[in-house]
Design a protein around this ligand. Structure first.
Ligand SMILES: [Fe+2]
Ligand SMILES: [Fe+2]
Length: 189
């Protein structure tokens, strides 16, 4: 039986691009034509593009974060022979809440972004895109286990894994850069 697990090199590659958004800024995901065929209409949509104006984790924008989550969950699903098309599409839209969550509570009095943003993302995604029931479920359930109901599909679990992995890597990368900067500044003081 063919080993479907990622190799060590592949895991290291995934960690590199989860931590560093430069490949997103250079639009290198467009080199993967099979991926692009799944999601091109979403990537070109101005509503999707507007996520570039909102920060997500560290210095990663919501748009960059969503592309990373989409691309990682797409790669996982392709590797395991799962439904990668709907996964790639739902991954792109999973955080389409379209506000700055860092200032959202202060501006609106709504303090539970972690719990409520999947529903807001789904409402926005339904407004601007045609979604399947499976895609809707993947978007709505992506914060499990913080929200109590898990997704109905294994592809939804792949998005949850990719989201947690990328979120942690994005935050850790910012801390790493800050520590390096502080050490260099200390050395030259
Ligand atoms: Fe989210
Ligand atoms: Fe996310």
């Amino acid at each position: 039986m063919k080993n479907k697990c990622f190799t060590r090199e592949e895991k290291e590659e995934v960690l590199r691009w989860a931590e560093d958004s430069s490949w997103i800024n250079q639009e290198r995901y467009e080199d993967d034509e099979a991926y692009l065929a799944c999601v091109e209409d979403i990537l070109e949509n101005p509503v999707f593009q507007s996520m570039d104006y909102f920060m997500q984790h560290g210095d990663t924008t919501c748009k960059a974060h969503c592309i990373k989550v989409s691309y990682l969950s797409y790669r996982i699903c392709r590797r395991f022979g799962w439904d990668y098309v709907q996964t790639a599409r739902a991954g792109l839209l999973h955080d389409l809440f379209l506000y700055d969550w860092h200032t959202h509570a202060k501006e609106t009095g709504e303090h539970f972004h972690g719990f409520t943003h999947p529903r807001r993302a789904l409402a926005n995604a339904e407004k601007y895109f045609d979604l399947t029931d499976k895609e809707k479920d993947m978007i709505l359930r992506h914060m499990w286990p913080l929200t109590p109901v898990p997704p109905k599909s294994r592809e939804g679990m792949a998005i949850i894994y990719a989201d947690k992995f990328c979120g942690l890597a994005e935050t850790a990368a910012r801390v790493k850069r800050w520590v390096l900067y502080s050490l260099r500044a200390g050395r030259t003081a």
